[in-house]
Design a protein around this ligand. Sequence first.
Ligand SMILES: O=P(O)(O)OC[C@H]1O[C@H](OP(=O)(O)OP(=O)(O)O)[C@H](O)[C@@H]1O
Ligand code: HPA
Length: 185
Amino acid sequence: MTPRLADALRDAELIHDGATLDAAIARMAAEIHADYRDDDLPPLFVTVMHGGLPFAAQLAFALGELGLDLEFDYLHATRYRGQTTGSGLAWLHRPATPMRDRRVLLVDDILDEGHTLHAVTRWCEDQNAEEVRTAVLAVKLHDRGLEDIEADYVGVEVPDRYVFGYGMDYHEQGRNLPAIYALAE
Ligand SMILES: O=P(O)(O)OC[C@H]1O[C@H](OP(=O)(O)OP(=O)(O)O)[C@H](O)[C@@H]1O
Ligand code: HPA
């Protein structure tokens, strides 16, 4: 039987509340705006589904308020598939927009071991993107990650525990919680 979100939430620890995440996203938007505002073309803003969706939406509105236009696309690559440990990466959807000579900004919820961002960054580079940058809402603190994988824009840090909320799932539940929680240990 699928574990229930309500049971997990009862014992979970609140790691970052909504106000903290809003502030982190506003700061990231200011950094991104400063880096892209002089470009002729808008950045190709690629949401990594499913987890990146809520963060990407908030970040896109924050950038719109600052006056930075974006061209949207998305990809879906998953290695957790509703589980709490990762395995091989499966591509479920690749972006359709030609990337040649574009500045691509990949937007995801979490950088954990780094395999997902590494693979999707490499794929965009193989499409001859001019540049590929990454924005993640959360980075997990541990030393199991791929070497040399760092996001260009980071919202918050989370402890080395399974976290959920703000896009991240607990057995495909809880993605629309407006805060980040850690499962009880
Ligand atoms: O750094 P990593 O260890 O590779 O983990 C990070 C990835 O894992 C999650 O995706 P998931 O595979 O759960 O797919 P989902 O977004 O559809 O839930 C998350 O959204 C990141 O894309
Ligand atoms: O801690 C996590 N929570 C949710 N999804 C994830 N994908 C990688 N790590 C995590």
